[in-house]
Design a protein around this ligand. Sequence first.
Ligand SMILES: *[C@@H]1O[C@H](CO)[C@@H](O)[C@H](O)[C@H]1NC(C)=O
Ligand SMILES: *[C@@H]1O[C@H](CO)[C@@H](O)[C@H](O)[C@H]1NC(C)=O
Ligand SMILES: *[C@@H]1O[C@H](CO)[C@@H](O)[C@H](O)[C@H]1NC(C)=O
Length: 204
Amino acid sequence: MMKTAGAITLIFPMMMISLLLIAITASGAVDSDVVLDSNGDPVRAFAPYYIEVRTSQGRRANISEFGIDENHALSCPQRVVAYSDELMGIAKPVIFLFSTHFVRVSAELSIKFAWTTECDEPGVWKVADSIDGSSWATKEIFLSGTDSSSDSTFIIKKSENGSYKLAFGSSEKPQDFGLDEIRYGVWRLILSNNSGFTVSFVPA
Ligand SMILES: *[C@@H]1O[C@H](CO)[C@@H](O)[C@H](O)[C@H]1NC(C)=O
Ligand SMILES: *[C@@H]1O[C@H](CO)[C@@H](O)[C@H](O)[C@H]1NC(C)=O
Ligand SMILES: *[C@@H]1O[C@H](CO)[C@@H](O)[C@H](O)[C@H]1NC(C)=O
């Protein structure tokens, strides 16, 4: 009897210690992988965030949608842009369509504007060939995507100083985005291998 009790009193603290070690290791691994918002909190799937852009020249801009033609009329489909001037347009929050509670670095996800769009499009970001106005062939982001389809698959990469970069495609073959000014204070997001901007996520 004494022997058994002695063994139990020894085994029990050892079990507690190893459980504690497992818990610490697990949470450590999770933390290093999770994308953090501007407050340092984990970015949650299906919660609204503003995406703030910072160019390599230090200029700031906010992600939103844009669909206005030369005559200032609504033009569909709309594209994803960054407004560097609040007079040109206001920030519009997005949600990350992701399978677990917290969004992870380099994990494939889809991005959707949190509110319905003016063109009544799904709002899911989709990379496709440019349709109009641009003098050179390129791919940019429209709002007519379908959750999880290959042209609506993005990843969030770690960048310097706690900021992040958006990339298109799988984590094996990610392609960066660049900015292309289409009118004063309005930059469209184009596929480009020399991305000049980082992003941060501000809870909406
Ligand atoms: C971006 O949005 C934030 C929050 O609405 C605002 O304070 C800031 O001035 C905006 N910046 C630009 C460049 O539009
Ligand atoms: C990160 O911070 C360092 C030091 O403040 C700065 O020199 C560097 O340009 C920053 N990098 C980016 C991508 O902002
Ligand atoms: C970026 O680089 C990859 C790999 O070299 C290439 O497959 C892709 O076409 C490039 N994309 C653009 C937009 O230049």
